[in-house]
Design a protein around this ligand. Structure first.
Ligand code: HMG
Ligand code: MG
Length: 324
């Protein structure tokens, strides 16, 4: 316990590292700020600023940065510049940018990603009928019919495919969502050929026991924790508690958004994602490796908050502050 509580160089506060037995040694943080974060902002951020955001996040050691969405530009105008952004990034970063995941709902989106030689897409299904209709203009079965040829062609082209399933812990229109329903949709998405399934608490209503029950339900259905990721929104302040609960049952990939930006324009009760900085602080405190430079992410979020014209909702960003 003789560890300093401040960084020797910067003098900024550090979390005390006290490991807890039984947790993973290492975690992968899947950064969604440029996509989930910026899709929900009132202002449309200029493409050069988006590119700088992505570059700074990758430079801060985030191993995966989901960069944008190839969805219908009228549905998400904030990300209508997806092709322009990915061209800027690939010109500068080459294959590192081509490996950055982009959201793709259908074959039209896939074609747009293929034109730029991108290598990693993420499809996004819903566990509920209502949200599938609101977000994808399709019912539960029809969303799968849309994804099936998309994933097949992506796999043929050698792409990696991640799948999200939204509304895993509750839905603003349908209320409680049965575990079996989430597992049924999730396993069908994996069976299409996705390598990883990210379980979305789209509106942030989930609680810790629910998280562990859902992971167990997937394990009982033959889906191990190595194929699962968690995607928490922090609407009710439960994201870190839910992360700890997920770590306890062996999850090692967590989605997070720099500065706690995020939300879904088609689920208005969705607010920001789990903030990358809050996650990094907790993981460092638990002695879990993550490879991310906290100061660099805080500076990036502070800089981005200036562009968005509002302070970051992340508690750690607020506590540490930075001139960016
Ligand atoms: P639709 O209107 O049913 O589309 O929208 P369609 O298939 O009938 O096609 C209509 C026209 O749109 C056609 O053009 C298509 O080419 C064009 P036309 O022939 O009439 O000239 N089109 C496209 N153009 C560009 N890119 C495309 C595309 N697709 C069709 N990809 C669609 C269906 C899925 C496209 C629409 O509903 C959509 O774009 N939805 C996206 C909504 C969205 O992005 N939501 C936020 C992301 S999900 C989320 O945030 C949750 C998550 O974070 C996890 C969690 O928190 O739970 C992932
Ligand atoms: Mg989300």
């Amino acid at each position: 316990m003789s560890e300093p509580m401040t960084d020797a160089e910067s003098g900024r506060p550090l979390p005390m590292t006290v490991p807890v037995a039984g947790l993973p040694e290492r975690v992968t943080i899947y950064e969604v700020g440029p996509r989930d974060g910026l899709q929900n902002e009132q202002v449309v951020v200029p493409v050069e600023v988006k590119a700088e955001f992505v570059r700074r996040l990758a430079g801060a050691g985030l191993p995966i940065v989901e960069a944008t969405s190839f969805v219908h530009p009228r549905w998400v105008p904030q990300l209508a510049d997806a092709a322009e952004l990915m061209t800027l990034l690939t010109d500068e970063l080459g294959d590192a940018a081509r490996r950055m995941p982009v959201l793709v709902p259908n074959e039209r989106g896939l074609d747009r990603a293929l034109e730029l030689d991108l290598q990693h897409i993420a499809i996004f299904g819903s566990a509920t009928e209502t949200f599938a209709r609101k977000n994808l203009n399709r019912g539960l079965d029809d969303q799968l019919a849309m994804f099936e040829p998309t994933v097949a062609r992506a796999r043929e082209a050698g792409m990696d495919v991640r799948a999200y399933v939204s509304m895993c812990f509750g839905d603003p229109w349908e209320g409680a969502v049965p575990l079996e329903q989430v597992v049924a949709v999730g396993t069908r998405l994996l069976d299409l050929g996705a390598s990883q399934l990210s379980l979305g608490d789209t509106i942030g209503v989930g609680t810790a026991g629910q998280v562990q029950a859902l992971v167990r339900a997937f394990e009982e259905a033959g889906v191990g924790t190595d194929r699962l990721a968690m995607h928490f929104h922090d609407t009710y302040g439960q994201a870190l508690a839910n992360t700890l609960a997920a770590l306890q049952v062996g999850i090692t990939t967590f989605d997070a958004s720099a500065g706690g930006l995020g939300g879904c324009p088609y689920a208005h009760s969705a607010t920001g994602n789990l903030a990358t900085e809050d996650l990094v602080w907790m993981l460092s405190g638990l002695g879990i490796e993550h490879g991310v430079d906290l100061d660099a992410v805080v500076a990036t979020s502070t800089w981005m908050a200036g562009h968005l014209g509002r302070p970051s909702p992340s508690a750690v960003v607020r506590a540490l502050g930075s001139s960016g």
